[in-house]
Design a protein around this ligand. Structure first.
Ligand SMILES: [Zn+2]
Length: 216
């Protein structure tokens, strides 16, 4: 546990509304109501969790990485970050973080980017974009609804000149991030299946997602 953590001792798996185990490489989606808290746990460490948010009653309003970075004047997601929509509204606030490094610049892996970065023989490997497409279609959306995302637990140092690269993750087993929803949101997750760069320690692992009602 680091100085970043500010979770409540009242919050445990035993009083969570829902407790999901997401297998390695799999997608997930679920609704988080206004005032509820969502925790994304990197159960085994060094696992990137690609994440998108949509307003639950109007999917046209969705996560905006650009507005989130601009609003906070910083490139990374961390404790206190207001997660902004493309309409300029706060969707969620990051209320606890035991890791301290979450990217929202590098985007999601895709079969196409894999071929460019790792060679044509990787074209047929499963990718986050496949996961996102599979999951958003359950909610009536399609490819064009997938926008630049958050990569929880992904370590992407950005140099003063603006260069960036994906390097070894710093998240330990059990590290987590918590967010309080400021509106009803649909959360869509890809438990990243990438095996060609170090964002998952070259070994994708399961994650866990818990949701609680907010304390009075
Ligand atoms: Zn990925």
């Amino acid at each position: 546990m680091t100085e970043f953590v500010r979770t409540s001792p009242l919050r445990g798996p035993e009083n969570a509304l829902t407790d999901y185990s997401i297998p390695a490489e799999a997608p997930w989606s679920g609704i988080v109501r206004k005032g509820q808290i969502i925790r994304i746990e990197d159960s085994y460490g060094q696992q990137a969790v690609d994440t998108l948010f949509y307003r639950a009653d109007d999917f046209a309003e969705r996560y905006s990485s650009q507005d989130t970075m601009r609003a906070q004047g910083a490139a990374y997601i961390g404790i206190g970050t207001k997660i902004m929509s493309n309409e300029g509204n706060v969707m969620l606030c990051v209320s606890a973080d035991s890791c301290g490094r979450h990217d929202t610049s590098a985007g999601a892996c895709s079969c196409e980017s894999n071929t460019v970065r790792f060679g044509h023989d990787t074209k047929y490997l499963h990718a986050c974009r496949d996961n996102f497409v599979l999951e958003v279609t359950k909610h009536g959306m399609g490819k064009r609804d997938i926008v630049p995302n958050i990569n929880f637990f992904m370590n992407v140092p950005i140099t003063p000149s603006g260069e960036m690269t994906i390097v070894d993750g710093i998240s330990a087993p059990g590290d987590f991030v918590e967010m309080v929803a400021e509106m009803d949101v649909l959360c869509v997750v890809s438990n990243c299946p990438q095996i060609n760069n170090p964002c998952n320690g070259f070994d994708p692992t399961p994650i866990r997602i818990l949701i609680w009602d907010g304390e009075a």
